[in-house]
Design a protein around this ligand. Sequence first.
Ligand code: FUC
Length: 720
Amino acid sequence: MDVRPTIRTLFFAFAVTSCICSQDLVLWYRQAASDWQTQALPIGNGRLGCMIFGGAQSEHLQLNEDSLWTGDEKDTGRYQNLGDLYLELSHGTPQSYRRQLDLSTAIHAIEYSADGTKYRREYFASAPDQVLVFRFTSDKPAQYSGVLKLVDGHGAAIRAEGDSLVAAGKLENGLAYATHVRIVATGGKVVLSGDSARIAGADSLTLIAGAGTSYVPDRARAWQGENPGPRAAAQAKAAAAKSLADLKAAHVADYRRLFERVSLHLGTTGGGGTLPTDERLVRYDKGAEDPGLEALFFQYGRYLLISSSRPGSLPANLQGLWNNSNNPPWRSDYHSNINIQMNYWPAEVTSLPECVLPFFDYVDSLRGVRAEATREHYGNVRGWTVQTENNIFGAGSFRWNPPGSAWYAQHFWEHYLFTQDEDFLRRTAYPILKEVTEFWEDHLTARPDGALVTPDGWSPEHGPEEPGVTYDQEIVWDLFTNYIEAAETLGVDAEYRARIGSMRARLLKPKIGAWGQLQEWPEDRDDIRDEHRHTSHLFALHPGRQITPVTTPDLAAAAKVTLKARGDQSTGWAMAWRINFWARLLDGGHAYRLLRNLLHIVGKGSQIDYGPGGGVYSNLFDAHPPFQIDGNFGATAGIAEMLLQSHAGEIHLLPALPPAWPDGSIRGLKARGNVTVDIEWRAGRLTRAVLLSPAAREVKVRSGTQVRIINLQAGQPARL
Ligand code: FUC
């Protein structure tokens, strides 16, 4: 850290004047966290993550690196904890304590006073510098004395190296990992020995953590790259050579470039904005209105995606990238029957298309292993598919999920639809769409009545295995439709496209059952009292497009009957999905009811619970329970879906605006076709919309029952 004593006064000035300002985008608390899952707060740069407890006298920082996985191509293994930093400070009891996470800057700050000194910390995870930064200042010199300790998640011995504490080790699968924590103090004295650094009378303190593993997403290299130690050390060293102001400015600029693309205002009716987040949630739970909290929850999903999924990182797993256990629930893995897909629902519509790239790279990396495993399991088929549980080396476990790869392929096609990036479509999306289509061409079987069915269907985690379950059929319909449209767009494979078109026509289609419900299985055996969390047979309503209230009103009505029967209480992710369903059914009031149910504050619950007890923790993490991040992402997508839809050939403004949000505005959402949409409304009615497309295009715009055709000129905002 390039800080000379002559400019030390500047730091004190900084510490005193920098205040905690905009409340709208802040999670904050009057006490430190005492529990990882429910109270600690996350920061991340896509690859490196940290959960922060924020204790004044005893700080605990739990560290993650997203590729620290056990397992291999055969064994699914588990996502691992990297390690922990503990800092014990020798000052007295804190007063006027506050910790906060500011979503507008992705900076976690802590302020308090003790023994007449004002203390302030700022923590952030820098994507440009690939390090975690923890900065400690105060308004008086020489206030920092204490002990910093690094603990490795796998018991590796810690060594002191220059001004760094270093952990390095190897997992049983041969994956090497390393953590380098540089300790930079101004004033005072720092002595490193063994696993600790003793700090005496420092004016300020900066910890800079670099970390990595030897993982590479490349089967041809047996998933092993170079030893990560030198790189982690170099990253920490390079960051430490920069001024804190530069590090912070680069981080904030980089983060804001993504985050600021979308803003949402739902008003401040009912207040709540001045309360700490945990108290605010309790008040909300008792029925108070707090649209500001709902907008905060929307933006939190975007914050979490930016923090857990960046170009070059692995995709967001079941816990994003935050995990303090070496045996986490469901391995903290990539579940293919809803969860990893839900993680990416908000990405395109809330204008974070680059955050999906890790998912595409991940899918690309596992194609080889999956093709082999698929042939081993299914015999002579082309293409590939996945099992339910998946790791980063292509291995899968638990049951096969035949349409899993087709659902992945939907994201590739949608990325093209949203971005209009034809190069991506040609080089990346189309080959995947085609090979997965070929899998189904080989795998579908004809029933005696001629209908094409998936032979080994299983509606996720519900009911028996049998041919033609609705979930499979709808996803294959979606795949074939996406494939055909992709081939048409590129003007390729005309014959094959026609062949897939005729196969699509023969697919067994969704059916309406005895009590008016959408059937989950080909046999009508749905139980009206069944409140199972999975609603897989509604895929066609969302995220698919086979069922819409306009094009297939009868099936949409049946989907509504099913949804009503399944109820409004479930696990976190299941409620998040239901927000999206009700939005697609154009019922804003019901979508809102689900959002409220999801924003129900729940307590500890680190055990897996499949009951209806989902909600959020006081840190706004989604509670399955336990913590599972898909519900955060699904809710953000659901809120977007209430305000803008574009899956049915038209841009639908305010399709499911709930009565609870009479006035508001949203800026920067994306509609398919790469159209940026700003919307304002008053008294529940659209007052202004602005559409902007980088290329000239004709769009159909719906508001209520009014539909208009608008010719957008390249780069010219069109006001409605
Ligand atoms: C799916 C769901 C569970 C859980 C797990 C991680 O299999 O059925 O509820 O979310 O993924």
